[in-house]
Design a protein around this ligand. Structure first.
Ligand code: AKG
Ligand code: FE2
Length: 201
């Protein structure tokens, strides 16, 4: 796999009002398998809490949050303190930084056990994220559809994210577009997604 050519070979998926670069699989199958296994074994996966119609619920999806420092991060109306990097997360952060030519100081991890678990429409413009900062999204395991919807035109853009693939959202994407991981009956395997982010210190 040629790192130099791969990193140049990404196009913007969005027609306007933002930049989403899709790089395709950036890890060979065996390495992607290795990282998926390691992440499942070494991350302290926890069920997340969310507020839905004013009611607190426990999501089936599991999450984890790692960073350079024990940042307090608010997410889905809750705050939590970041854990230190694991060996594999640091390696993957470096890899995503090399491909995207961006830097990150934190990572939010999501574990979806099967297609019944997903994530509702949202954007990641929380106040503690660096304004206009890039978000590097690395996916492992089951291939899932990922959708974008423009906040005013409602235009939709959809992409499938396979094992070991990298997508980078940047520029004004979070201001103008929502994204979600739709649930699906077709997927029975689990998926792990890592979103590398920059917390404003
Ligand atoms: O699982 C994914 O691909 C996306 C997760 C996401 O949008 C988020 O954590 O903010
Ligand atoms: Fe998101």
């Amino acid at each position: 796999m040629d790192l130099f050519n791969q990193s140049l070979d990404s196009k913007n998926l969005l027609p306007y009002d933002g930049i989403v670069n899709y790089y395709g699989p950036i890890l060979e199958q065996a390495r992607a398998d290795y990282y998926l296994q390691k992440l499942l074994e070494t991350i302290a996966w926890k069920n997340d809490k969310a507020i839905i119609f004013g009611k607190e619920i426990i999501t089936k999806r599991k999450v984890a949050w790692h960073a350079d420092k024990p940042f307090e991060y608010s997410y889905s109306n809750h705050s939590k303190f970041a854990l230190p990097w694991t060996t594999e997360l640091l390696e993957l952060k470096q890899l995503v930084e090399n491909f995207s030519s961006e830097t990150f100081n934190s990572c939010l991890l999501n574990l979806y056990h099967d297609g019944s678990e997903g994530m509702a429409w949202h954007s990641d413009g929380e106040t503690d994220l660096k304004k206009g900062g890039a978000i590097g999204s690395l996916s492992f395991g089951a291939e899932r559809k990922f959708s974008f919807k423009h906040k005013t035109s409602n235009e939709k853009v959809e992409i499938f994210l396979p094992h070991g693939s990298l997508m980078v959202m940047k520029g004004s994407t979070q201001s103008h577009w929502l994204h979600r991981l739709p649930p699906t009956k077709k997927v029975t395997e689990s998926r792990v997604n890592l979103t590398f982010r920059t917390i404003d210190q």
